[in-house]
Design a protein around this ligand. Structure first.
Ligand code: 5AD
Length: 307
């Protein structure tokens, strides 16, 4: 796909043809299989102050929590009993030895109980080589670290100055070097984001040879300062763009895992199913224990899709 072709499809040039092509590839490469990964949001404490995010460090309205090791194991057990063979351990970003140790312990215990075949994905933000290595050696299989936007300029506008674009790119390279199955992705429909930015994001994912991708619409959170800037895309437009991005990426990278995101389901439940038909092959239903669910609001109206 050339950038020009991508831009044409993203602009709604020919949805019928785009989705026909992407569904065919989805079906021929992945059949009708969809992988389920149980999402366990084990802590909403975060050192970052991302301008779009509801659990940003400076949002004092959030009731902060850390699940205990027992709670994480219990959520994993529930997932296992329901037939899941894969969990995603996600949390706000923290860089201290206590956090490193807690994650190592979770990974070690889960692997001890359920064996090598049970896969663990981590989503714990940017971390040093040493920390990522420790978690890999403990048994983590996969890591999700979205670039959010591959445009340096847009990345800067949606993050505080201390969050560095190059550092995030380097962390994604480190994940690959360490042997993680590496996921990335972006938010779609951000203020100032252009169709060209999105085309560049898709090409960036392809050039980086990422193994997995989670892309979802940007959804405002009223306690996050980015909500003061109006996106030029309505919610239905963000949904349409997300579907087109998923379809395009499926055509560009037939073999990778693509998640149908919770944010997409939040804006439009039907679109999440549609995403599965036109290209996505992963769903991450929420397995976070009830007591914590209401406190992991990255954006407004976040659903707790459960299976
Ligand atoms: N809207 C949509 N997605 C969001 N995320 C964080 N805040 C928002 C928001 N306001 C996404 C980011 C992050 C992932 C865990 O959640 O892409 O990487």
């Amino acid at each position: 796909m050339t950038k020009q072709e991508i831009i044409e499809y993203l602009s709604g040039g020919d949805d019928t043809q785009l989705f026909r092509r992407s569904s065919q590839i989805r079906q021929s490469v992945h059949g009708s299989t969809t992988f389920l990964r149980g999402l366990i949001e084990f802590s909403n404490r975060c050192v970052c102050d991302c301008l779009y995010c509801g659990i940003r460090a400076s949002n004092s309205k959030v009731e902060r929590y850390d699940l205990t090791l027992e709670e994480v194991l219990c959520a994993t057990q529930k997932a296992y009993q329901k037939g899941y063979r894969s969990v995603v351990l996600q949390a706000g970003e923290k860089r201290n030895s206590l956090n490193t140790h807690r994650v190592t312990e979770m990974v070690t215990k889960i692997k001890e109980r359920y064996g090598k075949e049970f896969s663990i994905t981590l989503s714990c933000g940017v971390q040093s080589h040493a920390v990522l290595k420790e978690w890999k050696e403990a048994g983590a299989d996969r890591y999700l670290l979205r670039i959010e936007s591959s445009s340096k300029e847009l990345f800067k506008r949606i993050h505080p100055p201390e969050i560095d674009y190059t550092e995030r790119c380097n962390a994604i390279s480190t994940l690959k070097e360490l042997g993680y199955i590496t996921g990335s992705g972006m938010m779609i429909g951000l203020p100032w984001q252009t169709i060209e930015n999105l085309a560049d994001d898709l090409l960036w994912l392809q050039q980086r040879e990422i193994d997995m991708c989670g892309m979802g619409p940007y959804v405002e959170h009223s306690d996050a300062p980015l909500s003061l800037h109006t996106s030029e895309y309505s919610n239905p437009e963000r949904v349409a763009l997300t579907l087109r991005c998923i379809a395009l990426l499926r055509i560009m990278m037939p073999h990778i895992n693509i998640a149908s995101s919770t944010a997409l389901g939040t804006l439009d439940a039907e679109a999440r199913k549609r995403a599965i038909i036109i290209g996505a092959n992963v769903m991450m239903p929420c397995m976070t224990p009830q007591r914590a669910r209401g406190s992991y609001n990255l954006y407004e109206g976040k659903i707790f899709q459960n299976i």
